[in-house]
Structure formats: structure tokens, C-alpha cells
Design a protein around this ligand. Structure first.
Ligand SMILES: [Zn+2]
Length: 380
């Protein structure tokens, strides 16, 4: 027996590059050691520490979430040991739902505090508990702030951008390119090797396009917190959706977007440019009640989070497995496309060739899904 190895047999294996019906995968930790169609070689079967019968199940790569603020009652943010404990709790909740590559999103906070949070999360990024950090703000439009604290929004100062990005922990930054210095900030973020994302923005079509020319490659929760499409004024939505250089985040929870909107955007962008995200806040995988989001109070009722006082939608209570089911079942997105949107496409955006697929060398583990796309086992 080879320590820690798990052999999945008989499953409908979708590696992200090919389908192996009735195939097998041998993993250690989250790493794919070998795989194939049909029965595994006898020596492989004999060497495995555990054999999992995956007949009647789908075997897919571990999910990748680009945009997530928390879960299991905990939110990403804060400082010191509290920030670490909260991040571990949130990561564990999402991992149990199939997300093995998780980017921790931080809502708008003072730059000094963001720097402290980054310092606190450094070890978790080094250990792979987190795949990095996404700064959602504070460089956002006050007119499209959603659940971000208006008092904390600011224009992007080059020194602030450099200070936070120089940590090497930031994988993505959402910003409003129409702010003074916004386009230069897009260039700076891209120059640091992070993904510049357009979001919480009032940009028109021309400014959104200029942001892409400056290096933006992602639309943060397309449609939400930006001007809607008008037939004579297509705005950022169509500028970003139509641009082959840009991937679009979609929050497929049935609250943020109508299923028809999910269907239309996913088909329009195609599987290579669609990333399902949770934008989950602390209440994901936790009961209804009152939660914090950044410094703001939110109330969660029937799984819908809003700012206290009946305000804006304040993140979701999604997990990525539920987003996958919603996309397939409610929005009618083809399964292969929906799987790409929770695996290979977000992995590509993160520059992680070892994630989002199940070929040899992959390190993001596997998720075993039942016929209704519910995770029955997460191997990572
Ligand atoms: Zn947002």
C-alpha cells in the first residue's frame, strides 16, 4: 500500500480535457498521480491505500472560486490570529462543497488594515489553504458601491496600489476604471502580475474598453454593481462581455441574476471566458441571521444577504457546487461549459496550470458528484 493514495474507480471522469467514462484516477492529497479509461491496472489497485467506488458518479476537478468573502460564519479580513482562524473556517466550508482553490476576497477597508490582513494571511497562501487574495476595493465607484462602506472608497493612489500588490499575495483587484487614476491603476495591477478586474463601476462602454486595453482581463460579477445594458448605451456590460480578452464572473444563485441572464451571458462569453463565482459572505453554509461584511451589518433571510435596513444585496450565501447546479439545472448551461466555469477558466485566470483539470500533475484534487451534481466526496 502506498500511503495516502486514493483510487477512484468506475466513475464518469471529466478531466477538463477529455472524458473517461468508467475511468479511474489515482490521487495523493490533491495530486493526480495516474488515470485512465476502464479498469485500473491490477498493480495500481493493489497499491492504493483506499479505493472509492465512483460508479454512477461524475469525477471532476476541484473547483476554483475567484471571488469569495467567507463562509461557515466567518469572513475574510481582520488582523492577526483572528484573520487566520476566520480564513481557515471559511476555506474549510467551501472545501467541503468542492472548492479546493479559493481566493479570499477582501471588501473595502482602510489601506493600512488591508496591509495587515495580507500579512496575516501570508502563511495560509504559502500553505495553499488560500490561492491568494482578491482586493475588492477600496478603489470603487461610490455610485455603484453595493455593500461597500462609502466612507472607505477612494481613488487609487499609485503608492497604495504598489504597497498592497508588492506583497505578492494579491491575485486580483476589482476597481472602477473611471476613477481619477483608474486606468493607470489597471496598468499597475496588471504590471504586478495580478488580474485587473472591472467592477463596482459606472464606466461607459468606451472607458470599459480602455480598461481592457490597459490590461483588465476580468469583469467582476458582470451585471451587478454596474450600469445596466441600454440598447443605445451598452455600457460596461456589453463592452466586457463582447471582448475576447475578458472573462466574466457570474453569481449564479438565482438572486443576483435571472437564470436567463446567466444562460445568455454564459453562452455569449462561452466556456473559456465564463467564471462562476460565489461572492459568498459569512452566512454561506451557516444559518440565517445577522452578520458583518467588512464594517457593515448585514441581515440574512432565507439565504439572501442584504445590508441591514433593507439595503443592497450584500454578497451571496452560495457555495460553488450550488452555483454549478443552478447554472445547469435552472439556467440550462451545458454541463461541460458549467464545469469549465468552475474549474479550468478560473484556474487559467489565476495562472495556475496545475489547477482546474484532472490530468497527471494536477494538484487541485477531485470532486465526486452524484447524478444531481451534489458533492459526495472531495479529495484534496
Ligand atoms: Zn462586489
Amino acid at each position: 500500500m502506498s500511503t495516502g493514495t486514493v483510487l477512484l474507480t468506475g466513475g464518469d471522469v471529466r478531466t477538463g480535457r477529455r472524458a473517461l467514462p468508467g475511468g479511474w484516477v489515482l490521487l495523493r492529497g490533491g495530486q493526480v498521480l495516474a488515470l485512465g479509461a476502464g479498469e485500473p491496472p491490477a498493480a495500481t489497485a493493489a497499491s492504493a491505500a483506499e479505493v472509492v467506488d465512483a460508479r454512477g458518479r461524475l469525477v471532476v476537478p476541484g473547483f476554483v472560486d475567484l471571488h469569495c468573502h467567507g463562509g461557515g460564519g466567518a469572513e475574510f479580513g481582520g488582523t492577526g490570529a483572528g484573520a487566520v482562524a476566520a480564513a481557515r473556517t471559511a476555506a474549510a466550508l467551501h472545501r467541503a462543497h468542492g472548492t479546493t482553490t479559493l481566493v479570499a476576497s477582501l471588501v473595502s477597508r482602510p489601506v493600512d488594515e488591508l496591509a495587515q490582513t495580507l500579512a496575516a494571511l501570508e502563511d495560509l497562501v504559502a500553505d495553499g489553504v488560500l490561492a491568494g487574495v482578491h482586493l475588492e476595493g477600496p478603489w470603487l465607484s461610490p455610485h455603484h458601491r453595493g455593500a461597500h462602506d462609502a466612507a472607505l472608497l477612494r481613488e487609487p493612489e499609485p503608492a497604495d496600489v504598489d504597497r498592497l500588490l508588492r506583497t505578492g499575495l494579491v491575485r486580483a483587484v476589482t476597481l472602477a476604471p473611471e476613477l481619477p487614476g483608474g486606468l493607470a491603476a489597471v496598468e499597475r495591477v496588471a504590471g504586478h502580475g495580478a488580474v485587473a478586474a472591472v467592477g463596482h463601476t459606472g464606466a461607459d462602454e468606451a472607458v470599459a474598453r480602455a480598461a481592457v486595453d490597459a490590461g483588465a482581463r476580468l469583469a467582476t460579477h458582470l451585471f451587478n454593481a454596474m450600469p445596466p445594458v441600454h440598447h443605445r448605451d451598452p455600457g460596461p456590460v456589453l463592452a466586457l462581455l463582447e471582448d475576447e480578452r475578458v472573462a466574466v464572473e457570474l453569481i449564479a444563485d438565482g438572486v443576483h441574476l435571472h437564470p436567463l441572464t446567466v444562460a445568455h451571458a454564459a453562452r455569449s462569453a462561452g466556456p473559456g471566458r465564463t467564471a462562476l463565482v460565489t461572492d459568498a459572505m459569512a452566512a454561506a453554509g451557516a444559518p440565517d441571521g445577522t452578520y458583518r461584511l467588512g464594517g457593515l451589518e448585514t441581515v440574512v433571510e432565507a439565504g439572501v444577504a442584504r445590508l441591514a435596513g433593507g439595503g443592497a444585496i450584500a454578497g451571496s450565501t452560495l457555495t460553488l457546487d450550488r452555483a454549478l447546479r443552478f447554472a445547469v439545472t435552472d439556467a440550462g448551461v451545458p454541463l461541460e461549459d458549467a464545469l469549465a466555469a468552475v474549474t479550468s477558466t478560473p484556474a487559467r485566470l489565476l495562472g495556475r496550470a496545475d489547477r482546474g483539470h484532472l490530468e497527471v500533475g494536477a494538484t487541485g484534487g477531485a470532486v465526486v458528484l452524484d447524478a444531481r451534481l451534489r458533492p459526495v466526496r472531495v479529495l484534496a
